[in-house]
Design a protein around this ligand. Structure first.
Ligand code: AMP
Ligand code: ZN
Length: 321
């Protein structure tokens, strides 16, 4: 079952194909309509199309394809599809999940990952935010007036990096897709956030010996293509948004682009890819020091995780009107 928003996207861009529709590649019966590529596919040709999109993404990654990949898995469609594709392409992978301690949602995330991994006998590891940071996400929310999605995003980013290195991996693969990246680009442009533009690149090299490279092999595929892949491959993912992310502005930017996409198919791809082509790949970072509290790489005296911890330890001040 797909949630309401996804059902509406699928319904609008995936009209029922007539029985006589032919696959654009092999002329077998087609069951999948790809409006934005003006093509129809049978399931095997669609799978090949998805794998080709990931291989094209990987061509832009400036390191050997043989390195084992740590895959950040949330249990949602993107990260499970990503893990499946990387596994099918022959990569050595391990799943990494951070349990955020959100009632109901976190449990369902772990169930989806467990089911997926055990069906395919894939190794994975889970860390609880409560253990590695001392608080769950709902506990953090009671101690700060900051927007919880921003705080959670910061923690996930930093801790995924640290845990990837701790587990002995050099590369972390995340499930951000074309809609995420195009939405982020629009958000950055609307708010003139020049300083975040580099983060949109599909491969961010390791900026420090104690930080992994971060890759986004799904950046050429949109939500419709990824859900379709999950359906074709029988991947049962967690199909609900985080209950704490309601009203997040990132959703609005994606919805705005989806509105344009339905009127002008291809808009999202053109918007993102044209931008990426005009950018130089980011180079290895510099200017890192060491956090005086935890010794992790940091730009200031404290790393962003320790700075957040200090902020949360002043609950009265943070919550005052
Ligand atoms: P999101 O920011 O929730 O859209 O997630 C983007 C990507 O971050 C996902 O596709 C995953 O690769 C990764 N991710 C999100 N949440 C988690 C989590 N709790 N544990 C591990 N990886 C995650
Ligand atoms: Zn620190």
């Amino acid at each position: 079952m797909l949630h309401k928003e996804m059902k509406s996207i699928m319904g609008k861009i995936s009209p029922q194909l007539p029985r006589e529709a032919k696959c654009t590649r092999c002329r077998d019966q087609a069951t999948i309509r790809m409006t934005n590529h003006n093509a129809n596919f049978c399931p095997p040709c669609f799978t090949r199309f998805v794998q080709t999109a990931v291989k094209r993404a990987q061509k832009t990654f400036p390191f050997s394809q043989d390195k084992p990949l740590m895959v950040a898995v949330s249990g949602g469609k993107d990260s499970l599809a990503l893990w499946d594709i990387l596994n099918e392409l022959g990569h050595e992978t391990r799943g990494l999940h951070i349990n955020l301690g959100i009632e109901g949602f976190s449990h369902a995330s772990v169930e989806a990952i467990e089911r997926f991994a055990s069906e395919r006998q894939l190794p994975w590891v889970q860390y609880a935010l409560k253990d590695v940071f001392g608080h769950t996400v709902p506990q953090i929310q009671t101690r700060t007036r900051r927007k919880i999605c921003g705080v959670c995003g910061l923690l996930k980013r930093q801790l995924l990096n640290r845990l990837t290195v701790k587990e002995g991996f050099e590369v972390l693969a995340v499930g951000h897709n074309l809609d995420d990246e195009a939405g982020r680009l629009l958000g950055n442009l609307v708010r003139h956030r020049e300083q975040y533009m580099d983060k949109l690149y599909p491969c961010l090299p390791s900026p420090h010996p104690r930080m992994p490279a971060r890759v986004k092999p799904l950046y050429r595929l949109d939500a419709y293509e990824i859900v379709t892949y999950c359906q074709v491959k029988n991947i049962s993912f967690l199909d609900s948004k985080c209950p704490m992310s309601r009203g997040a502005t990132s959703h609005s930017f994606k919805e705005a682009l989806q509105f344009l996409e339905e009127k002008m198919p291809g808009t999202k791809r053109h918007f993102l890819f044209k931008h990426l082509r005009s950018k130089k790949a980011p180079r290895n970072g510099h200017g890192f020091g060491t956090c005086k509290k935890c010794s992790e790489p940091a730009f200031q005296d404290l790393c962003s995780v320790c700075a957040l911890e200090e902020h949360l330890n002043q609950p009265e001040k943070n919550k005052m009107p």
